[in-house]
Every structure is written in C-alpha cells, then in structure tokens.
Design a protein around this ligand. Structure first.
Ligand code: HEM
Length: 180
C-alpha cells in the first residue's frame, strides 16, 4: 500500500510539472489533472475521515433490501461501509487511484464516493472543502517532495488512524524537501 502511495506521489508531480509548470495552481486546473484528482478522491475514500454521518430518523415506514425500517426509527448512516464496499471498489481496502480513472486515464465520478454524505443534508462545505483539498495538495506537491524522516523507510510508516468521531492521521514526522 505504501509503495502505491510513493508511486502515486511521483505520478502526481509529473502531471503537475507537465500541465501547470511553475505557476500557482488554480481551481480550473483540476480538469486537466485527472491523475491528481483521482489521488485526492482515493485518499478521501480510503481515509474516510468522517466514517459515521449524522443520525437520522425515518419519517415513514421504509422497505430496504428486504428489511422493514419502521417510522420514527433512529438511523446512523455508516459512510465508511459505502466507501469500502467490495461491490463498488476493485480493491476496497487498498490505495488505488485507478478507482477513479478509466482506461484512457480520464477521471471518472463514482456514485459510491460519498465522504460528504448524500441527500438533502449533504455537507454544506463540500464545495469549499474540495477546492481547498485540490489547491493545497497541488500547491504542496508542486513545490515539495515529502519523505519519511532520515532512517525511516516508507514501509515503516503506520497509516492506522487515531479513532474519534472522525478518523484522524496519527502524528508523524516527515520531511518536506524543496524540489529543484
Ligand atoms: C474534507 C472535509 C469535510 C468532510 C469529509 C465533511 C463531511 C461532512 C459530513 C459527512 C457531514 C454530514 C452530512 C449528513 O448529515 O448527512 C457534514 C455536514 C456538514 N458540514 Fe462538512 N465536511 C467537510 C468539510 C466541511 C467544511 C470545510 C465546512 C464549512 C465550511 C463544512 C460544513 C458542514 C455543515 C454546515 C454540515 C451540516 C449540514 C446539514 O446538516 O445540513 N464541512 N460534513
């Protein structure tokens, strides 16, 4: 999995260098950076930082997959079960930007990608969050090469999240080396 991350990082930088060069990335660049976009989506899918959505209550009897959920039942949507659904993703538990790319290397949207939830109460900040993720990620990788600290190999990095209401990255030391 970590090998996949290192490989993806190199490909993202190659794409950014080729498409943007040295100028500041802007939102409009996203459509011309399908691989970078796929890496961001795949990172959000696998990291699943909000694994549980906000509780709901049914307003009427609901029939779902052979089950009857009665009116006024409390429901806790588990977004992570969709983001890691083995019927939706080729390698649900492994980092794989190919989940969001077609054979021609173009970006493809997936209905099962719902880290911001879905429906009427979908995250209000989705547009802002997606814009920030793209601009920060592209800008940082354009300028820096990120590596583990000296003496630590990529295989030794532990991606196990620290668990709370959200899944957060565990504290890590890393080096940001300016690219020439
Ligand atoms: C990667 C970043 C983010 C993720 C993964 C995320 C995820 C979520 C999720 C899963 C919900 C629950 C939706 C539901 O009830 O079904 C939510 C709700 C919400 N989020 Fe975000 N969010 C992010 C960033 C933001 C930002 C940057 C803002 C504001 C600027 C924001 C504002 C809100 C608000 C106001 C709600 C409540 C919407 C409502 O109940 O109608 N979020 N978010």
């Amino acid at each position: 999995m970590l090998y996949g991350l290192a490989f993806a990082k190199d490909k993202v930088q190659e794409e950014i260098d080729r498409v943007i060069g040295v100028r500041q990335p802007v939102v409009e660049d996203r459509k011309n950076l399908p691989y970078t976009d796929a890496v961001i989506h795949e990172t959000q899918r696998l990291a699943s930082i909000a694994p549980i959505s906000v509780p709901r209550k049914t307003t009427c009897d609901v029939h779902l997959n052979g089950y009857l959920i009665k009116k006024d039942t409390s429901i806790i949507p588990l977004l992570i079960t969709v983001l890691r659904d083995e019927n939706e993703w080729e390698t649900p538990n492994t980092f794989n930007p190919g989940h969001f790319l077609n054979k021609q290397g173009q970006f493809v949207k997936k209905d099962a990608f719902m880290p911001f939830s879905a429906g009427r109460r979908v995250c209000l900040g989705e547009g802002l969050a997606r814009m920030e993720l793209f601009l920060f990620f592209a800008s940082l990788l354009q300028v820096f090469r990120f590596t583990p600290p000296p003496g630590v190999s990529e295989d030794e990095l532990d991606l196990t999240p620290s668990v709370g209401f959200t899944l957060n990255p565990s504290p890590h030391k890393l080096c940001a080396v300016k690219r020439s």
